[in-house]
Design a protein. Sequence first.
Lengths: 163, 163
Amino acid sequence: MTDHDDSRAKVTELVKDAKICMFTTMTADGRHVSRPMGLQEVEFDGDLWFFAFEDSPKVAEIRQHPQVNVSFQAGNKAWVSVSGTATTVHDRAKAEQLWTPLLKGWFPDGIDTPGLTLIKVNAESAEYWESAHGKVVTLIAYAKSALTKSPPDVGENREVDLT
Amino acid sequence: MTDHDDSRAKVTELVKDAKICMFTTMTADGRHVSRPMGLQEVEFDGDLWFFAFEDSPKVAEIRQHPQVNVSFQAGNKAWVSVSGTATTVHDRAKAEQLWTPLLKGWFPDGIDTPGLTLIKVNAESAEYWESAHGKVVTLIAYAKSALTKSPPDVGENREVDLT
């Protein structure tokens, strides 16, 4: 396995541990708003996927400001931040792959629920912190094309330039 | 106690449970980035307070885009999102009130650490969700001037207009 595969496997493991994330978008009037959303159970390949309603505020928000943040806590001692670009996708095969019975609470008719859409977040950068000895330190920073292993830096996490 | 006091007390309780939040800012190139930060241990009065370094990326980011989001998970079944405006504040008495020994890992000289600043997030809206019966539902939405009790709505949390 390459470092890049290791990094993807780590994000997959953290996503599976967390189950629920906070999904942050920008409103038309420039506020940052978050709401809890279920995290996918499939392997992370650089994209995160969510189910939503076409007419929901978050879908309107990502159409106006596609840049979003997905953050979550995995267990009591790990935090992940993913910055990326969100788009809506209509892909029945993908919806079938991602569907889990737990989603039935939100979408009673499954993937045939009227107004259902997928949101794809194409991750441009991801960072991962772990708490150790009472401090939170940056452990890895992931980019689609390269893995950056940051040394622990208690002051501020390192930004990864992906352009 | 009024509903408003109840709501503040609830946010104080959740902040104390969580200890660490994700603090989301916007970068100069328009990405949303989050990083874990320690939550205050004092009572919530409508503002959230953080310690930071004057020369850190997050301080540069809030000076350019003061709108931020603070989100956190309290225990395994509650999530909070606070939208607000961030400013830096230099106030020694406030720093003394907020200081906890845990912060020494980041700021070795305590509140006399060179370059230390406080970040104040003036909460414009806050929302709180709890997981029940396998679903995540909005329980309360808090606004500085009024409390809105939203009915559980599994589709999308309700936006609170505070203007």
